[in-house]
Write a protein that binds this ligand. Structure first.
Ligand code: ZN
Length: 456
Protein backbone atom coordinates (compact mmCIF):
# COMPACT_ATOMS: atom_id res chain seq x y z
CA UNK A 1 0.00 0.00 0.00
CA UNK A 2 1.21 3.50 -0.69
CA UNK A 3 1.24 5.85 2.25
CA UNK A 4 -1.74 7.96 1.32
CA UNK A 5 -3.89 4.85 1.17
CA UNK A 6 -2.94 3.67 4.63
CA UNK A 7 -5.87 2.67 6.74
CA UNK A 8 -6.36 4.07 10.23
CA UNK A 9 -7.76 0.80 11.55
CA UNK A 10 -8.73 -2.70 10.54
CA UNK A 11 -11.28 -4.69 12.49
CA UNK A 12 -10.33 -8.26 11.59
CA UNK A 13 -12.19 -11.55 11.42
CA UNK A 14 -15.53 -10.46 12.87
CA UNK A 15 -18.86 -11.93 11.79
CA UNK A 16 -20.05 -8.80 10.04
CA UNK A 17 -23.78 -8.12 9.77
CA UNK A 18 -24.37 -6.55 6.36
CA UNK A 19 -27.74 -5.47 4.89
CA UNK A 20 -28.61 -8.90 3.54
CA UNK A 21 -26.04 -11.35 4.88
CA UNK A 22 -23.64 -12.13 7.69
CA UNK A 23 -20.03 -12.86 6.65
CA UNK A 24 -16.64 -13.12 8.28
CA UNK A 25 -14.88 -10.04 6.93
CA UNK A 26 -12.26 -7.44 7.74
CA UNK A 27 -13.41 -3.82 7.92
CA UNK A 28 -10.95 -1.15 6.80
CA UNK A 29 -11.47 2.32 8.30
CA UNK A 30 -9.99 5.64 7.27
CA UNK A 31 -10.91 9.11 8.49
CA UNK A 32 -13.94 7.76 10.31
CA UNK A 33 -15.42 6.01 7.27
CA UNK A 34 -15.62 2.38 6.21
CA UNK A 35 -13.40 2.30 3.11
CA UNK A 36 -12.75 -1.42 2.63
CA UNK A 37 -14.65 -4.64 3.29
CA UNK A 38 -12.94 -7.90 2.43
CA UNK A 39 -11.25 -11.09 3.50
CA UNK A 40 -7.65 -10.77 4.64
CA UNK A 41 -7.32 -7.01 4.24
CA UNK A 42 -3.69 -5.90 4.07
CA UNK A 43 -2.74 -5.02 7.62
CA UNK A 44 0.64 -3.50 6.88
CA UNK A 45 0.75 0.17 7.73
CA UNK A 46 -2.63 0.25 9.41
CA UNK A 47 -2.31 2.26 12.60
CA UNK A 48 -4.49 -0.01 14.66
CA UNK A 49 -5.59 -3.62 14.41
CA UNK A 50 -8.62 -4.89 16.29
CA UNK A 51 -9.10 -8.66 16.45
CA UNK A 52 -12.81 -9.38 16.38
CA UNK A 53 -12.44 -13.17 16.02
CA UNK A 54 -15.44 -14.87 17.56
CA UNK A 55 -17.34 -11.58 17.81
CA UNK A 56 -20.24 -10.25 15.78
CA UNK A 57 -19.90 -6.77 14.28
CA UNK A 58 -23.08 -4.74 13.81
CA UNK A 59 -23.86 -1.21 12.70
CA UNK A 60 -24.26 1.09 15.71
CA UNK A 61 -27.84 1.48 16.89
CA UNK A 62 -29.70 4.60 15.83
CA UNK A 63 -32.01 5.24 18.76
CA UNK A 64 -34.62 7.70 17.54
CA UNK A 65 -36.46 7.97 20.84
CA UNK A 66 -34.39 9.34 23.72
CA UNK A 67 -35.42 11.89 26.35
CA UNK A 68 -32.50 13.99 27.63
CA UNK A 69 -33.58 16.76 29.94
CA UNK A 70 -31.45 19.65 28.77
CA UNK A 71 -31.55 22.62 28.82
CA UNK A 72 -32.78 23.02 32.41
CA UNK A 73 -30.85 19.97 33.65
CA UNK A 74 -31.35 20.20 37.40
CA UNK A 75 -31.40 16.70 38.85
CA UNK A 76 -32.30 15.09 35.51
CA UNK A 77 -30.51 13.11 32.80
CA UNK A 78 -28.30 15.21 30.56
CA UNK A 79 -26.25 14.75 27.41
CA UNK A 80 -23.14 13.47 29.20
CA UNK A 81 -24.69 10.71 31.30
CA UNK A 82 -27.39 9.79 28.79
CA UNK A 83 -25.00 9.52 25.86
CA UNK A 84 -22.54 7.51 27.99
CA UNK A 85 -25.28 4.96 28.69
CA UNK A 86 -26.18 4.91 25.00
CA UNK A 87 -22.54 4.39 23.95
CA UNK A 88 -22.18 1.50 26.40
CA UNK A 89 -25.34 0.04 24.92
CA UNK A 90 -24.10 0.07 21.33
CA UNK A 91 -25.88 3.22 20.20
CA UNK A 92 -23.87 5.59 18.00
CA UNK A 93 -26.59 8.09 17.05
CA UNK A 94 -29.70 9.13 18.93
CA UNK A 95 -32.52 11.54 18.30
CA UNK A 96 -33.44 13.68 21.29
CA UNK A 97 -37.14 14.13 22.00
CA UNK A 98 -38.61 17.66 22.27
CA UNK A 99 -39.52 17.11 25.93
CA UNK A 100 -38.51 17.23 28.84
CA UNK A 101 -35.97 20.02 28.51
CA UNK A 102 -36.90 23.48 29.78
CA UNK A 103 -37.90 25.01 27.47
CA UNK A 104 -39.19 22.11 25.33
CA UNK A 105 -37.98 22.09 21.72
CA UNK A 106 -41.00 23.85 20.26
CA UNK A 107 -39.23 27.03 19.09
CA UNK A 108 -35.96 27.71 17.25
CA UNK A 109 -34.66 29.53 20.31
CA UNK A 110 -35.25 26.43 22.45
CA UNK A 111 -33.57 24.31 19.80
CA UNK A 112 -30.49 26.57 19.90
CA UNK A 113 -30.34 26.16 23.69
CA UNK A 114 -30.59 22.40 23.25
CA UNK A 115 -27.75 22.36 20.71
CA UNK A 116 -25.61 24.58 22.95
CA UNK A 117 -26.14 22.15 25.84
CA UNK A 118 -25.15 19.19 23.66
CA UNK A 119 -22.05 20.80 22.15
CA UNK A 120 -18.91 18.93 23.24
CA UNK A 121 -20.83 16.88 25.81
CA UNK A 122 -22.14 13.89 23.89
CA UNK A 123 -20.18 10.66 23.45
CA UNK A 124 -22.10 9.75 20.29
CA UNK A 125 -23.79 11.59 17.42
CA UNK A 126 -27.25 13.07 17.81
CA UNK A 127 -30.13 14.67 15.98
CA UNK A 128 -33.02 16.73 17.30
CA UNK A 129 -36.81 16.36 17.20
CA UNK A 130 -39.03 19.42 17.14
CA UNK A 131 -42.38 19.45 18.92
CA UNK A 132 -45.91 20.02 17.60
CA UNK A 133 -47.95 21.60 20.40
CA UNK A 134 -51.04 23.86 20.57
CA UNK A 135 -50.34 27.53 19.88
CA UNK A 136 -47.01 27.00 18.14
CA UNK A 137 -47.99 26.08 14.58
CA UNK A 138 -46.04 29.10 13.29
CA UNK A 139 -42.83 27.59 14.72
CA UNK A 140 -42.95 24.45 12.57
CA UNK A 141 -41.42 25.87 9.40
CA UNK A 142 -38.62 27.73 11.27
CA UNK A 143 -37.81 24.50 13.17
CA UNK A 144 -37.76 22.59 9.89
CA UNK A 145 -35.37 25.16 8.43
CA UNK A 146 -33.20 24.99 11.54
CA UNK A 147 -32.66 21.27 11.01
CA UNK A 148 -34.97 19.11 13.13
CA UNK A 149 -35.27 15.56 11.75
CA UNK A 150 -39.02 15.55 12.27
CA UNK A 151 -41.78 16.56 14.67
CA UNK A 152 -43.28 14.79 17.66
CA UNK A 153 -46.75 15.23 19.13
CA UNK A 154 -48.59 13.62 22.02
CA UNK A 155 -52.23 12.63 21.54
CA UNK A 156 -52.54 12.03 25.31
CA UNK A 157 -51.24 14.16 28.15
CA UNK A 158 -47.45 13.92 28.63
CA UNK A 159 -48.19 14.17 32.34
CA UNK A 160 -46.29 17.30 33.39
CA UNK A 161 -48.89 19.88 34.54
CA UNK A 162 -46.45 22.83 34.80
CA UNK A 163 -47.12 25.95 32.77
CA UNK A 164 -44.22 25.76 30.30
CA UNK A 165 -44.31 21.98 29.86
CA UNK A 166 -44.90 20.15 26.60
CA UNK A 167 -48.64 19.77 25.93
CA UNK A 168 -50.67 17.24 23.97
CA UNK A 169 -52.31 18.27 20.70
CA UNK A 170 -56.00 18.91 20.25
CA UNK A 171 -57.54 17.65 17.00
CA UNK A 172 -57.32 21.09 15.35
CA UNK A 173 -53.60 21.37 16.08
CA UNK A 174 -53.06 17.82 14.86
CA UNK A 175 -54.86 18.44 11.57
CA UNK A 176 -53.33 21.85 10.89
CA UNK A 177 -49.90 20.69 12.02
CA UNK A 178 -50.03 17.79 9.60
CA UNK A 179 -50.79 20.19 6.71
CA UNK A 180 -47.70 22.25 7.51
CA UNK A 181 -45.43 19.25 8.16
CA UNK A 182 -46.58 17.65 4.89
CA UNK A 183 -45.73 20.86 3.01
CA UNK A 184 -42.06 20.48 3.98
CA UNK A 185 -41.96 16.66 3.59
CA UNK A 186 -41.13 15.96 7.20
CA UNK A 187 -42.41 13.09 9.35
CA UNK A 188 -44.77 13.57 12.29
CA UNK A 189 -44.12 11.13 15.13
CA UNK A 190 -47.05 10.40 17.40
CA UNK A 191 -47.55 9.13 20.90
CA UNK A 192 -50.86 7.47 20.12
CA UNK A 193 -53.22 7.04 23.07
CA UNK A 194 -56.70 8.56 23.27
CA UNK A 195 -56.67 11.24 25.96
CA UNK A 196 -60.44 11.02 26.63
CA UNK A 197 -60.26 7.25 27.17
CA UNK A 198 -57.13 7.12 29.33
CA UNK A 199 -57.92 10.21 31.40
CA UNK A 200 -61.50 9.10 32.17
CA UNK A 201 -60.41 5.57 33.06
CA UNK A 202 -57.59 6.95 35.20
CA UNK A 203 -59.97 9.28 37.05
CA UNK A 204 -62.39 6.41 37.67
CA UNK A 205 -59.61 4.21 39.05
CA UNK A 206 -58.45 6.95 41.40
CA UNK A 207 -62.02 7.65 42.54
CA UNK A 208 -62.48 3.97 43.38
CA UNK A 209 -59.16 3.83 45.20
CA UNK A 210 -57.80 1.34 42.68
CA UNK A 211 -54.19 2.43 42.64
CA UNK A 212 -52.07 -0.66 41.96
CA UNK A 213 -49.75 -1.27 39.00
CA UNK A 214 -52.40 -3.57 37.51
CA UNK A 215 -55.01 -0.81 37.83
CA UNK A 216 -52.69 1.63 36.10
CA UNK A 217 -52.13 -0.83 33.24
CA UNK A 218 -55.90 -1.41 32.97
CA UNK A 219 -56.51 2.36 32.77
CA UNK A 220 -54.62 2.55 29.45
CA UNK A 221 -56.13 -0.30 27.38
CA UNK A 222 -55.13 -1.27 23.85
CA UNK A 223 -58.37 0.24 22.49
CA UNK A 224 -57.04 3.69 23.48
CA UNK A 225 -53.97 3.07 21.33
CA UNK A 226 -56.04 1.81 18.40
CA UNK A 227 -58.47 4.76 18.51
CA UNK A 228 -55.63 7.26 18.42
CA UNK A 229 -53.84 5.46 15.56
CA UNK A 230 -57.08 5.35 13.60
CA UNK A 231 -57.80 9.05 14.08
CA UNK A 232 -54.25 10.08 13.16
CA UNK A 233 -54.33 7.92 10.04
CA UNK A 234 -57.57 9.62 9.00
CA UNK A 235 -56.00 13.08 9.32
CA UNK A 236 -52.92 11.87 7.48
CA UNK A 237 -55.10 10.65 4.62
CA UNK A 238 -56.68 14.11 4.46
CA UNK A 239 -53.37 15.98 4.56
CA UNK A 240 -50.80 13.64 2.99
CA UNK A 241 -48.59 13.92 6.08
CA UNK A 242 -46.02 11.17 6.69
CA UNK A 243 -46.47 9.57 10.10
CA UNK A 244 -44.31 7.57 12.47
CA UNK A 245 -46.02 5.87 15.40
CA UNK A 246 -43.71 5.67 18.40
CA UNK A 247 -43.69 2.91 21.02
CA UNK A 248 -46.65 0.88 19.75
CA UNK A 249 -47.51 -1.72 22.36
CA UNK A 250 -50.02 -3.96 20.61
CA UNK A 251 -50.05 -6.35 17.67
CA UNK A 252 -53.39 -4.89 16.55
CA UNK A 253 -51.76 -1.45 16.43
CA UNK A 254 -48.98 -2.76 14.19
CA UNK A 255 -51.56 -4.47 11.94
CA UNK A 256 -53.61 -1.26 11.61
CA UNK A 257 -50.48 0.62 10.53
CA UNK A 258 -49.43 -2.19 8.17
CA UNK A 259 -52.85 -2.03 6.50
CA UNK A 260 -52.54 1.74 6.08
CA UNK A 261 -49.16 1.27 4.41
CA UNK A 262 -50.82 -1.32 2.17
CA UNK A 263 -53.24 1.42 1.05
CA UNK A 264 -50.25 3.50 0.01
CA UNK A 265 -49.86 5.68 3.09
CA UNK A 266 -46.44 6.93 4.16
CA UNK A 267 -46.43 5.55 7.70
CA UNK A 268 -43.96 3.65 9.88
CA UNK A 269 -44.15 1.96 13.26
CA UNK A 270 -41.78 1.58 16.17
CA UNK A 271 -41.89 -0.57 19.27
CA UNK A 272 -39.55 -0.73 22.26
CA UNK A 273 -37.54 -3.41 24.06
CA UNK A 274 -39.75 -3.22 27.16
CA UNK A 275 -42.86 -4.32 25.24
CA UNK A 276 -40.82 -7.25 23.91
CA UNK A 277 -39.22 -8.38 27.18
CA UNK A 278 -41.49 -7.33 30.07
CA UNK A 279 -45.18 -7.90 30.86
CA UNK A 280 -47.87 -6.40 33.10
CA UNK A 281 -47.09 -9.25 35.53
CA UNK A 282 -43.49 -7.97 35.68
CA UNK A 283 -44.84 -4.47 36.35
CA UNK A 284 -46.61 -5.85 39.42
CA UNK A 285 -43.30 -7.24 40.71
CA UNK A 286 -40.91 -4.50 39.58
CA UNK A 287 -43.17 -1.54 40.37
CA UNK A 288 -42.64 2.00 39.10
CA UNK A 289 -39.23 1.28 37.55
CA UNK A 290 -41.22 -0.51 34.82
CA UNK A 291 -43.99 2.09 34.57
CA UNK A 292 -44.44 3.56 31.10
CA UNK A 293 -47.21 4.60 28.77
CA UNK A 294 -48.63 2.84 26.92
CA UNK A 295 -48.21 0.31 29.75
CA UNK A 296 -46.68 -3.14 29.58
CA UNK A 297 -49.12 -5.72 28.20
CA UNK A 298 -49.61 -9.43 28.90
CA UNK A 299 -47.35 -12.30 27.83
CA UNK A 300 -49.58 -13.26 24.88
CA UNK A 301 -49.36 -9.70 23.50
CA UNK A 302 -45.58 -9.76 23.90
CA UNK A 303 -45.33 -12.91 21.79
CA UNK A 304 -47.70 -11.49 19.18
CA UNK A 305 -45.42 -8.44 18.89
CA UNK A 306 -42.45 -10.71 18.23
CA UNK A 307 -44.64 -12.38 15.61
CA UNK A 308 -45.23 -9.18 13.65
CA UNK A 309 -41.55 -8.34 13.97
CA UNK A 310 -40.68 -11.72 12.40
CA UNK A 311 -43.12 -10.90 9.58
CA UNK A 312 -41.25 -7.65 8.87
CA UNK A 313 -44.16 -5.42 9.87
CA UNK A 314 -42.26 -3.29 12.41
CA UNK A 315 -39.93 -0.64 10.99
CA UNK A 316 -37.69 0.08 13.94
CA UNK A 317 -37.04 -0.36 17.63
CA UNK A 318 -36.08 2.46 19.97
CA UNK A 319 -35.37 2.65 23.69
CA UNK A 320 -37.78 5.46 24.69
CA UNK A 321 -35.17 6.13 27.37
CA UNK A 322 -37.18 8.29 29.76
CA UNK A 323 -35.24 8.65 33.00
CA UNK A 324 -36.03 10.56 36.17
CA UNK A 325 -34.56 11.04 39.65
CA UNK A 326 -35.21 7.86 41.66
CA UNK A 327 -37.34 9.80 44.17
CA UNK A 328 -39.93 10.42 41.46
CA UNK A 329 -40.48 6.67 41.14
CA UNK A 330 -41.45 6.54 44.82
CA UNK A 331 -45.10 7.44 45.21
CA UNK A 332 -47.78 6.03 47.50
CA UNK A 333 -50.13 6.10 44.55
CA UNK A 334 -48.81 4.24 41.49
CA UNK A 335 -50.63 6.69 39.19
CA UNK A 336 -48.46 9.52 40.59
CA UNK A 337 -45.09 7.79 40.05
CA UNK A 338 -43.05 9.05 37.09
CA UNK A 339 -43.82 7.13 33.91
CA UNK A 340 -40.81 6.22 31.80
CA UNK A 341 -38.31 3.39 31.57
CA UNK A 342 -34.58 4.16 31.65
CA UNK A 343 -33.43 1.48 29.21
CA UNK A 344 -30.90 3.30 26.99
CA UNK A 345 -28.00 1.03 27.82
CA UNK A 346 -29.82 -2.27 27.32
CA UNK A 347 -31.74 -1.91 24.01
CA UNK A 348 -29.32 -3.66 21.69
CA UNK A 349 -28.47 -6.47 24.11
CA UNK A 350 -32.19 -7.03 24.78
CA UNK A 351 -33.15 -7.21 21.11
CA UNK A 352 -30.13 -9.23 19.96
CA UNK A 353 -30.47 -11.50 23.01
CA UNK A 354 -34.22 -12.07 22.98
CA UNK A 355 -34.71 -11.73 19.20
CA UNK A 356 -31.71 -13.50 17.75
CA UNK A 357 -30.10 -15.66 20.44
CA UNK A 358 -33.36 -16.88 21.99
CA UNK A 359 -35.90 -16.67 19.14
CA UNK A 360 -33.62 -17.19 16.14
CA UNK A 361 -34.56 -14.07 14.16
CA UNK A 362 -31.87 -13.24 11.59
CA UNK A 363 -29.25 -10.70 12.60
CA UNK A 364 -29.87 -8.87 9.32
CA UNK A 365 -33.46 -8.23 10.47
CA UNK A 366 -32.33 -7.23 13.96
CA UNK A 367 -29.78 -4.81 12.49
CA UNK A 368 -32.40 -3.28 10.21
CA UNK A 369 -34.71 -2.67 13.18
CA UNK A 370 -31.96 -1.07 15.27
CA UNK A 371 -30.00 0.84 12.61
CA UNK A 372 -31.01 0.53 8.94
CA UNK A 373 -34.71 1.22 9.44
CA UNK A 374 -34.26 4.34 11.57
CA UNK A 375 -31.57 5.68 9.23
CA UNK A 376 -33.80 5.37 6.18
CA UNK A 377 -36.86 6.83 7.89
CA UNK A 378 -35.09 9.94 9.17
CA UNK A 379 -32.76 10.73 6.26
CA UNK A 380 -29.49 9.42 7.69
CA UNK A 381 -29.10 6.49 5.29
CA UNK A 382 -26.33 8.10 3.21
CA UNK A 383 -23.96 8.20 6.19
CA UNK A 384 -25.25 5.76 8.81
CA UNK A 385 -27.33 2.68 9.53
CA UNK A 386 -25.37 -0.03 7.70
CA UNK A 387 -21.95 -1.58 7.41
CA UNK A 388 -20.98 -0.71 3.84
CA UNK A 389 -18.23 1.15 2.06
CA UNK A 390 -18.69 4.91 2.40
CA UNK A 391 -20.71 4.80 5.61
CA UNK A 392 -19.52 6.19 8.93
CA UNK A 393 -17.53 3.57 10.88
CA UNK A 394 -20.19 3.39 13.61
CA UNK A 395 -19.68 -0.17 14.78
CA UNK A 396 -20.52 -2.44 17.68
CA UNK A 397 -18.60 -5.58 18.64
CA UNK A 398 -20.89 -8.01 20.43
CA UNK A 399 -20.20 -11.43 21.94
CA UNK A 400 -23.16 -13.74 21.35
CA UNK A 401 -21.74 -16.44 23.61
CA UNK A 402 -21.10 -14.32 26.67
CA UNK A 403 -23.80 -14.26 29.32
CA UNK A 404 -23.83 -11.75 32.14
CA UNK A 405 -26.12 -10.37 34.82
CA UNK A 406 -26.68 -6.61 34.68
CA UNK A 407 -25.72 -4.86 37.90
CA UNK A 408 -26.60 -1.34 38.98
CA UNK A 409 -22.98 -0.15 39.04
CA UNK A 410 -22.57 -1.07 35.35
CA UNK A 411 -25.11 1.57 34.33
CA UNK A 412 -23.82 4.91 33.02
CA UNK A 413 -27.07 6.84 33.24
CA UNK A 414 -27.34 9.47 35.94
CA UNK A 415 -29.98 7.73 38.06
CA UNK A 416 -29.12 4.07 38.14
CA UNK A 417 -32.52 2.44 38.10
CA UNK A 418 -33.55 0.03 35.38
CA UNK A 419 -36.08 -2.80 35.17
CA UNK A 420 -33.27 -4.95 33.76
CA UNK A 421 -30.98 -4.90 36.82
CA UNK A 422 -30.54 -8.54 37.86
CA UNK A 423 -31.54 -9.87 34.44
CA UNK A 424 -29.26 -12.42 32.78
CA UNK A 425 -28.40 -11.32 29.25
CA UNK A 426 -27.37 -13.99 26.72
CA UNK A 427 -24.96 -11.65 24.90
CA UNK A 428 -22.70 -8.73 25.75
CA UNK A 429 -21.45 -5.62 23.99
CA UNK A 430 -17.65 -5.62 23.95
CA UNK A 431 -16.94 -2.31 22.22
CA UNK A 432 -18.63 0.60 20.48
CA UNK A 433 -16.90 2.72 17.79
CA UNK A 434 -18.12 6.13 16.64
CA UNK A 435 -16.65 7.15 13.28
CA UNK A 436 -13.75 4.77 13.89
CA UNK A 437 -12.99 5.95 17.44
CA UNK A 438 -13.68 3.66 20.38
CA UNK A 439 -16.20 5.33 22.69
CA UNK A 440 -16.88 2.27 24.85
CA UNK A 441 -14.83 -0.80 25.64
CA UNK A 442 -15.69 -3.61 28.04
CA UNK A 443 -12.45 -3.01 29.96
CA UNK A 444 -11.95 0.72 29.42
CA UNK A 445 -15.57 1.71 29.92
CA UNK A 446 -16.91 4.85 28.23
CA UNK A 447 -13.98 6.92 26.95
CA UNK A 448 -13.33 10.52 27.98
CA UNK A 449 -13.58 11.75 24.44
CA UNK A 450 -16.94 13.44 23.85
CA UNK A 451 -16.82 13.77 20.10
CA UNK A 452 -20.50 13.35 19.25
CA UNK A 453 -21.72 15.67 16.50
CA UNK A 454 -25.08 17.02 15.50
CA UNK A 455 -26.32 15.24 12.38
CA UNK A 456 -29.27 16.48 10.37
ZN1 ZN B 1 -40.93 8.89 24.80
Amino acid sequence: MVGRDKLDMIIKNGRVVLRNEVRVLDIGIKAGKIVQLGEELEAEGAAELVDASGLTVMAGMIDVHVHLNEPGLGDWEGFESGSAALAAGGCTTYVDMPLNGIPPTVTVSAMRQKLDAAQGRSYVDYAIWGGLVPGKLHELIPLHEAGVVGFKAFMSSPGDPSEDAFREVDDFTLLEGMKIIASVNKVLALHAESEPIVSKLGQAMRAEGRLTPADYAASRPIVAELEAINRALFYAEQTGCALHFVHISSEAGVQMITEARGRGMNVTVETCPHYLTLTAADLDVLGAVAKCSPPLRDAAELEKLWGVIAEGKVDLISSDHSPCPASMKEADNFFDAWGGIAGAQSSMELIVGEGHVKRGLPLTLISDLLAGGPARRFGLQDIKGEIRIGADADLVLIDLLKTYILEEQQLYQRHKHSPYIGKEFPCKIIATYLRGQMVYGEEAGVSGNKQGRWVK
